[in-house]
Design a protein around this ligand. Sequence first.
Ligand code: CIR
Length: 260
Amino acid sequence: MFGQVTHALTRSPGQSYLQGLTQSTDGPPNLARTLQQHQAYCQALTACGVLVTNLPADEAYPDGCFIEDTAIVTPRGAIITRPGAPSRSGETTAVAAALTERYAHIARIEAPGTLDGGDILETDSAFIIGISERTNAHGAQQLQHLLADLGYPSNILDVRDCKQLLHFKTGVSAIAPGLLVMAPNLPDFPALRGYEKITLTAAEQYAANCILVNGTVFVPTGCPKFIAALTQRHLPFIELEMSEFKKMDGGLSCLSLRVP
Ligand code: CIR
């Protein structure tokens, strides 16, 4: 079943969270609220039947809670990434150790490739890999080969001209078989044709990064038009306050590695 999740890895934000990378102009995050929002996110996963393993914070990695960027996990194997931001490269060590308990074989993106999990969209029929400021062509091609070894088709596209996108999935998510939710200005990429699309308003475009967990769509608060579109399609949803993660350019997908 598409969007099925049995187990998720998350990582607590640490005291150093405020020193993380961001281009947001929303101001500095409040650490207490960040921890509350992270806890609510983990509780929502649990409420949807997911077994959550929360890794402890490592103060050396202010962006460590955005754990999605460190690995690609599939039912057939896991791939450790090589994050494009130098300050984040060491985040993979603890994640690789945690995944070793679950996967017999773990592949890796190697230099000169760089790749962030936030650039990898998994739909019900394919993986779509975005080349961004974080994921380069080497990384994208390596991942395409590694996914092919596991029997998964994939496409590569380039989002570097989309200046408002940190990662490909900042602008698009798959929320049901054949259904995408998209930011308003995303180009008409051939790889995205053939999907039904919910196109968000500019005011709600932060919700273009959302996740499907065992039939429930996780949505950031403050998106009534998106909620109306989900309701019209009889898609269950949970709203989560994400203000303190938005301030650090993070969204709902970034906070977990979801193992099918
Ligand atoms: C960063 O700039 O790397 C973090 N502050 C935010 C990462 C968000 N990750 C994601 O969208 N997958």
